[in-house]
Design a protein around this ligand. Structure first.
Ligand SMILES: NC(=O)c1ccc[n+]([C@@H]2O[C@H](COP(=O)([O-])OP(=O)(O)OC[C@H]3O[C@@H](n4cnc5c(N)ncnc54)[C@H](OP(=O)(O)O)[C@@H]3O)[C@@H](O)[C@H]2O)c1
Length: 239
């Protein structure tokens, strides 16, 4: 299967998804990606990385929609309603995937005028660029467009039965900022202690100490008993 993908908005998350999709190998080939000129540095970087065979930078949002089959809506919450209602979709062609955290399926269907079966909400983190992020998707994708197959290549896709379940599952993403800030503060504090005690050998000591907080938590996450069923399987379409 060959798919043309469009990105309305080309900021942090759009660039990450576009990078991940264009560097994956799955039964679904992304034949071409159309990205917005917005955030010019990011769209230019995508073009430079993947080349004109794979990426076209487009001036206006409607031209992105006209050129692609699968559209990722990657704009800020305060902009999405105005942008979405200005676009014209073709119901039997387009599938819309909104990354906008505050959007709801009902709003997206109303604003896009697409059938509900062609409208999804997704949440992921920028680590999808290296195929190391878990995408949350609702509702479950249909046979016509195997969204799960595509998103699985970005580090996994969990299809949530409802928006309520997806909202609960979004919390780990919301915790990312405070989590890394705690580790950063811990690292900076440790460097201060080590510097005071390193007897003039900071070049030797510092890099090792700098990595300790991050490596410890990475190690802990690696051996954590993640196979323990924390949530009933029935909540999800698949894992
Ligand atoms: N970052 C994350 O980890 C993450 C994770 C999950 C979900 N999300 C969601 O994804 C959405 C985007 O987040 P982000 O972090 O990628 O934000 P961002 O980096 O600020 O990107 C927003 C993009 O929207 C563009 N834009 C603004 N007005 C536009 C318009 N009229 N037409 C087309 N594009 C327009 C901006 O262009 P300019 O820069 O030129 O203004 C920018 O490229 C948000 O709704 C957020 O909730 C983000």
């Amino acid at each position: 299967m060959q798919l043309k993908v469009g990105f309305v908005g080309c900021g942090t998350i759009a660039a990450a998804i576009c990078t991940g999709l264009n560097s994956q190998t799955s039964p679904v080939t992304i034949s071409h990606s159309y990205v917005s000129t917005r955030s010019a540095a990011k769209s230019a970087a995508l073009l430079a990385q993947f080349g004109a065979d794979k990426i076209t930078v487009v001036d206006d949002n409607q031209s992105i929609v006209d050129a692609a089959d699968l559209i990722f809506l990657c704009v800020l919450p305060q902009h999405y309603e105005e942008i979405l209602q200005s676009l014209t979709f073709t119901p039997d062609r387009h599938t819309l995937v909104s990354l906008v955290s505050t959007s709801t399926i009902a709003q997206l269907v109303t604003l896009s005028k697409l059938p509900a079966a062609h409208v999804h909400k997704m949440i992921c983190l920028p680590s999808v660029s290296t195929h190391d992020g878990t995408c949350l998707l609702t509702p479950k994708s249909g046979a016509a467009l195997p969204l799960k197959t595509i998103l699985d290549t970005l580090g996994g896709c969990v299809e949530c039965e409802s928006e309520k379940i997806m909202t609960a599952m979004m919390i780990p993403a919301c915790l990312m900022g405070p989590y890394y800030k705690i580790l950063q503060n811990n690292r900076d504090w440790m460097i201060k202690q080590v510097s005071a005690e390193s007897y003039g050998r900071p070049a030797f000591c510092r890099p090792a100490f700098r990595r300790v907080p991050f490596r410890r938590y990475h190690g802990a996450a690696t051996i954590a008993p993640i196979n323990v069923p924390l949530f009933p399987d029935a909540l999800f379409c698949s894992h």
